[in-house]
Ligand binder design. Structure first.
Ligand code: EPU
Length: 447
């Protein structure tokens, strides 16, 4: 298992480029299962979750060719298998996005139900409700969702839930409705740019989806989707993470290819804290200052502040004077990073869906553990600002969603070394080892 050793206290300076969006790339790769022809995807990010989705497609019989520079070709015409096995789905919840396209194409899909998750309870009831409304017969069998339908039919579907719209749920039902017979109207749909990008991709392949980027999608089903070439949008969450990294070190960085049009709420929040943020063409210039203010924030569905930036902002607010509060109304339990930040000297209390952060003057390096993707990013950012060395274990969480993150930050002047974690976080402390050894000796009848 890899870990990071970060020597903090260096200001980030220079220019860096944002990759393609993970959360657009994943459902778009899943959607290739519904397409009769070669799909060429540009700006597909080289990160672990994308590798997992590729393996899932290949396990079903897809041909994937990545020997084309920065683009990837996917051909699913030979796919005969409509099963997504537990071993792959358990590694990545977004695998559930294959449910809609498999069902639309084969009339049957068997997809492992995603299990527990470190950012909170994440049911897929709305995905299933939406597919059922399109005429699918859905049952649960030995941990698998089994969905069947001779031909999906268009319907009026409400995708609303108590925590707001569902991003991958909207993707799943939209992909199914694109190939259903007749017209569908999806209400309370997610407006995230990644959902709209999937819709643009499907439309370029022959689908007829209107209302993209709004909460009502009108879809006229078509019989077949054809070959297509598509450039995936840039990753607004990676761009935001790099912006917060710059701000937390008081640095000055030009973030190229930042999708500024999708970052309005993030830019507003950064400015309200006192960070200088300017759009320069397709780039975002971020400059830290010595005059940051505490703020009250709420993570919400798009166009609100993304929950995927909540942890990184919590790390920044940990060193901003005054009392800040950050509520996560999308994933109310997504605060695993708080306890690790406290180990670095932060003053954070979590109550329900809110973190109360009392800014401290300085964080200090400490051994910490990453619990999920964005929590890992928050720990890296905190480590950049901390005094001394921070060791971050379980960075495989980070690799799921960021490509060569430490290399990018090092190119801006950070000092992050990736090492193999020889010891591992699960080491049994020496006194316990002694107890275990003596118990074994006693059982074996020796002293
Ligand atoms: N929800 C339900 N029922 C459902 C689906 C969702 O109650 O059937 C609830 C969830 O429990 C949550 C809320 O609705 O409280 C929103 O969840 P959503 O379904 O939108 O999340 P998701 O589609 O599983 C995607 C991103 C996440 C991102 C969320 C919210 C992908 C692959 N994942 O997840 O990204 O946090 O939307 O924007 O697109 C990340 O990149 O780190 C990440 C976790």
């Amino acid at each position: 298992m890899d870990m990071f050793c970060v020597d903090g206290g260096r200001k980030l300076r220079g220019t860096v480029r944002v990759e393609g969006s993970k959360n657009a790339g994943l459902p778009i790769l899943a959607a290739t299962l519904a397409i009769q022809g070669e799909v060429v995807l540009e700006r597909i990010p080289l990160l672990q979750d994308i590798v997992t989705m590729r393996r899932l497609l290949q396990s079903m019989g897809a041909t994937i060719d990545d020997d084309r520079g920065s683009s990837l070709s996917v051909d699913t015409r030979e796919v005969r298998e409509s099963v997504a096995p537990y071993d792959l789905v358990r590694q990545m919840r977004a695998s559930v996005c294959v449910l809609g396209p498999l069902l639309a194409r084969f009339g049957k899909a068997r997809v492992s139900l995603p299990g527990g998750c470190n950012i909170g309870h994440r049911p897929i009831d709305i995905h299933l409700r939406g597919l059922a409304a399109l005429g699918a017969d859905i049952r649960l069998e030995s941990g698998y969702v089994v969905a069947e339908a001779e031909r999906l039919r268009g319907a009026d579907v409400d995708l609303g839930g108590i925590f707001g719209p569902t991003v991958t749920g909207t993707c799943n039902v939209m992909m199914a409705a694109a190939l259903a017979k007749g017209r569908s109207v999806l209400r309370s749909a997610a407006k995230e740019p990644e959902v709209a990008d999937l819709g643009e991709f499907l439309n370029a392949a022959g689908a007829r989806i209107g209302g993209l980027g709004t909460s009502v999608l009108e879809i006229d089903g078509v019989d077949e989707l054809h070959a297509v070439r598509h450039r995936i949008i840039a990753d607004r969450i990676e761009a935001a993470t790099l912006a917060v990294a710059t701000a937390i070190t008081g640095g000055d960085v030009l973030i190229e290819e930042a999708p500024t049009e999708h970052m309005t709420s993030v830019i507003q929040v950064l400015r309200s804290i006192g960070i200088v943020v300017e759009a320069e063409g397709r780039a975002l210039r971020v400059q830290g200052t010595s005059d940051y203010r505490a703020v009250q924030l709420r993570a919400e569905p798009y166009p609100g502040l993304p929950t995927d930036v909540q942890a990184q902002l919590t790390a920044l607010l940990a060193i901003v004077p005054g009392e800040s509060r950050i509520i996560d109304s999308v994933f109310p339990d997504r605060f695993m990073h708080a306890a690790e930040l406290v180990r670095m000297g932060a003053n954070i209390r979590v109550h329900g869906n809110a973190a109360h952060v009392c800014g401290v003057t300085q964080l200090s390096g400490a051994p910490v553990m990453a619990s999920d993707l964005r929590a890992s990013a928050a720990l890296v950012l905190a480590a950049l600002a901390a005094k001394g060395r921070t060791e971050i274990r379980r960075v495989y969480h980070l690799d799921r969603g960021y490509h060569a993150f430490e290399k990018k930050l090092n190119s801006l002047g950070a000092s992050i070394e990736r090492r193999t974690d020889q010891v591992g976080p699960q080491i049994v402390p020496a006194p316990h080892l002694d107890l275990v050894r003596s118990a074994i000796r006693q059982r074996a009848g020796t002293k």
